[in-house]
Ligand binder design. Structure first.
Ligand SMILES: [Zn+2]
Length: 452
């Protein structure tokens, strides 16, 4: 394990944006991992990336109280078994503290060491002010970060940041108490979703949801999507995996409208009837987002919390959605690569409008392990795989900055290992390997979202 980590640390150094010096040093010191071709490592390290998915936190003066980096920012869920990399004792984060704050600290941090990390971060925030988030991106060689937020704010703007708002709440306009009773996690999630819906209703100058589904669509759902598009959104996001399963049926509007009008003014819908309405609204949201030129981001794979239902979010359950002729004008991006369903998710890239990103995976898994399934995806559909991080303010010692650093550097190393293997096995030549690296780190996202 130690050998593995020191090899990873060496490649992380290679991947710094201004890496010529570090690269030359590593080369002469003979510390380049043999699994990565030096020429590829240098090339990949210099690519200015587009991060398809991150939970960006506002820079000063608005940080500290900012909670809009998630529609479900739950702080006190019942404990789960954290993956090793997210534990206080994770060795991964030391390299991030060193690169970002110039500190040589070892996890787990003592109280005094945590104060040093926080003081170093605060000093740079004070120096950079509203430019702080741009400064963070510059440390990672990231040109543009796709920020998944309820709303954007000062200091996170085009061209360095693009917006993806949350729209799960538009699928749940009725009394959600029966759904919230299902698990302790959902008991926290649904009131948070209701707050977001209240915000969207206020923007539509409404106090309650309208009486009929037709009015709900014309006065709430469509105007919200239009406002998001006008506000610069390039996609909408579903965290639906935290709220229900992926089994979205094709439901006639009349059937959904009956459920809606029965319960819009009160009463708790039974779970089966409510599902009809949710299914209809999900597909409507996807269709309208596509019509407005926005992609649809869907959380796939494992999720936080000890009550998360992995069986319900097998991406294969989305196949009928992807096979809907009415939704072929909408591009879907499956976030986080879908582990443990990595093979299923890769197979779904055959659909012309389905993509996936490697966010979160590049935090949780070693490049050596992750490269095994990344190779599968890149051999088949290299034009459908997007770099992403899922950087998130996790703990005081592990903020979105540290996770962004870990994810970005692991992603470059994972790509390096994967493409080196493909070159050495004669699957692609070196020029094509470089081209694929460009596509994954930047080109595929630029094309999908029509970014510069
Ligand atoms: Zn996320």
């Amino acid at each position: 394990m130690r050998t593995l980590l020191s090899a990873r640390a060496a490649l992380l150094l290679l991947a710094l944006p201004l890496l010529a010096g570090a690269f030359a040093q590593a080369q002469s010191a003979g510390t380049i991992p043999p699994s990565v071709d030096p020429e590829l490592a240098r090339y990949i390290g210099a690519i200015r990336a587009i991060d398809n998915h991150a939970h960006t936190v506002l820079p000063p003066p608005n940080d500290g109280t900012d909670r809009e980096f998630d529609a479900l920012p739950v702080d006190n869920m019942e404990p789960q078994t954290d993956p090793v990399v997210l534990r206080d004792s994770s060795p991964e984060v030391s390299a991030a503290w060193q690169a970002l704050w110039g500190l040589h600290e070892t996890a787990p941090l003592s109280t005094a060491a945590l104060q040093r990390v926080q003081a170093a971060r605060a000093a740079i925030k004070a120096r950079e002010g509203v430019n702080y988030d741009n400064w963070v991106l510059d440390r990672m060689g990231i040109a543009t970060e796709v920020a998944n937020r309820v709303a954007m704010g000062p200091g996170i703007a085009k061209p360095r940041f693009a917006w993806v708002p949350y729209d799960d709440t538009l699928m749940f306009p009725l009394d959600n108490s029966a759904l919230a009773a299902a698990t302790p996690d959902k008991a926290q999630f649904f009131p948070l979703e209701a707050k977001v819906l209240q915000r969207y209703l206020q923007a539509a100058t409404l106090q309650h949801v309208p009486a009929t589904l037709g009015e709900y669509l014309s006065k709430v759902l469509l105007p919200t999507l239009q406002a998001q598009r006008q506000g610069g959104a390039i996609a909408i996001k579903f965290e639906i995996a935290y709220l229900r399963d992926f089994n979205f049926a094709s439901v006639k509007q009349d059937d959904a409208a009956r459920v809606y009008s029965t319960f819009a003014s009160g009463g708790v819908p039974d779970v089966t009837s409510y599902k009809l309405l949710q299914d209809f609204l999900f597909r409507t949201l996807c269709q309208e987002a596509g019509r407005l030129g926005m992609a649809v981001h869907i959380h796939t794979g494992e999720g936080a919390g000890s009550y998360f239902s992995l069986a319900g979010v097998n991406p294969m359950l989305l196949e009928p959605t992807f096979n809907s002729k009415a939704l072929r004008g909408t591009n879907f991006v499956l976030l986080h690569g879908g582990w443990p369903y990595v093979h299923e998710e890769g197979a779904l890239l055959q659909k012309p409008n389905v993509y996936l990103d490697i966010s979160q995976q590049v935090i949780l898994f070693s490049p050596q392990l992750m490269s095994t399934w990344l190779r599968e995806w890149l051999e088949l559909y290299p034009d459908k795989v997007l770099f992403g991080t899922d950087a998130y303010p996790y703990t005081p010692a592990m903020g979105w900055e540290e996770l962004l650093w870990i994810a970005t550097h692991n992603a470059r190393e994972t790509l390096g290992i994967t493409l080196t293997g493909m070159v050495r096995d004669g699957v692609v030549d070196m020029p094509r390997a470089k081209q694929i690296a460009d596509m994954v780190l930047r080109g595929n996202a630029a094309k999908l979202y029509k970014l510069q």
